[in-house]
Design a protein around this ligand. Structure first.
Ligand code: GCO
Ligand code: MG
Length: 403
């Protein structure tokens, strides 16, 4: 058995902040796990360093489930993004070690490939409908089979999902939260115009997606879903803030537009009602924020019972380590739906050399043993941590709303 001899976190900012856990064993084999929680990186770093790493030393690295249970039950303070991201990092690193010991790419240990590749969606955004549609056409030309479209709402400063840098959207853009605006009524008018123009220009052979980013009330979301029905979206994401899972009942009563939610979920308990009552079509919980591969497989297994498919979060604040873990997971589960893929910058890719690849709208984790991703610590050290927060949003009258 490989015994855990050391573990440490590496905080680096090759264009944006990432926290990576590295676990070492007496077998000379090490594993990596992503511990990045956007805008709250140092909280997870401290949680790992102060409360988790000391408990790992001397343990059998192969006992992944037992260590998961130890960290989850042992904390007493269950769930929450900081705790579950820390547990996820340990879990990923242990799966990396186990697969390296076996000499196999991780997906083989998870049951082997269920499909040839993983369909991904890219992000198109623009200041105008035409600009967004042109961006989407560019993705289609690059081979993407699915594209998410976000366009600026006229008169609203800093609409979610729209950025100057088209290739590498990065909302965590300042040391203190940037103030953006939100206005629901003009948004509800603009979104259907966007998808009308997109279908007109792109046709019907490409999957179109849209992220509402928790901005609506359930009845507003029902209205938007209805208005978007003619354009046959692949999904409408995060239509409402999902603390109240029952809110989705109302949306479901009003629209057949498929619904996706879950990027901020960190436990199966956040998904339970939504899945069991078939209130959603895609669950977006992700390996790094929902307790690692061990816990995400449990969520996927529950979802499979109810014909809910996965659509893991894959924004750039998830490091290439999480991306690799997601791809192994996606390849190996029966009820995979789609994977989000925002390309990392070349600086990030250089710090995290990886075996995964993209071709014809599909990704594959590669055949390297383990996760197939590593961190170049010398290069990481050249990019020191730089504080960056996610924005906040205010309504036209100045009151706070959900970003
Ligand atoms: C998405 C997400 C991101 C988040 C970001 C927050 O669907 O990709 O909504 O854009 O805002 O990951 O950390
Ligand atoms: Mg989202």
């Amino acid at each position: 058995m490989p015994v855990i001899t050391a573990a440490r976190t590496i905080v680096t900012c090759p264009g944006r902040n990432f926290v990576t856990l590295k676990i070492e064993t007496d077998a000379g084999i090490s594993g990596v796990g992503d511990a990045t929680l956007n805008g709250r990186e140092l909280a997870v770093d401290a949680y790992l360093a102060e409360h988790v790493i000391p408990c790992l030393i001397g343990r059998d690295a192969h006992r992944i489930e037992d260590i998961w249970q130890y960290l989850y039950r042992g904390a007493y303070w269950r769930r929450g993004p900081v705790t579950m991201t820390a547990i996820a990092a340990v879990d990923m690193a242990l799966w990396d070690i186990k697969a390296k010991v076996a000499g196999l790419p991780l997906y083989q240990l998870l049951g082997g490939a269920c499909r040839e590749g993983v369909m991904v969606y890219g992000h198109a955004n623009g200041e105008t409908v035409d600009e967004t549609v042109a961006q989407a056409a560019d993705y289609v030309a690059r081979g993407y089979k699915a594209v998410r479209l976000q366009t600026a709402v006229p008169g609203v400063k800093g609409t979610y999902g729209v950025s100057k840098d088209k290739m590498f959207y990065e909302p965590a853009d300042a040391a203190l939260p940037t103030e953006t605006q939100w206005a629901t009524e003009p948004y509800l008018r603009t979104a259907p115009q966007l998808f009308d123009a997109a279908r007109e220009a792109l046709g019907w052979d490409v999957h179109l997606l849209h992220d509402v980013h928790h901005r609506l009330t359930p009845i507003e979301a029902g209205r938007l879903g209805k208005d978007l029905e003619p354009y046959r979206l692949f999904w409408m994401e995060d239509a409402v803030a999902a603390e109240n899972q029952a809110g989705f009942r109302l949306i479901r009563q009003h629209t057949t537009t498929p619904l996706a939610v879950g990027e901020v979920f960190n436990s199966i308990w956040d998904c339970k009602t939504l899945i069991e009552e078939q209130l959603i079509d895609y669950i977006r919980a992700t390996v790094v924020h929902a307790g690692g591969i061990t816990h995400l497989r449990r969520i996927a297994a529950l979802a499979d019972l109810y014909k809910v498919r996965t659509g893991c979060h894959g924004a750039t604040d998830l490091s290439p380590v999480a991306m690799a873990a997601a791809l192994h997971f996606d390849l190996s589960i029966p009820n995979f739906g789609i994977q989000e893929y925002m390309r990392h910058t070349p600086e990030t890719d250089a710090v995290f050399p990886h075996a995964y690849s993209f071709a014809d709208g599909m990704m594959h984790p590669g055949e390297a043993p383990g996760l197939g991703v590593d961190i170049d610590e010398d290069l990481a050290a050249q990019h020191p941590y730089s504080p960056a927060c996610l924005p906040v949003a205010r309504l036209p009258d100045g009151s706070m709303t959900d970003w």
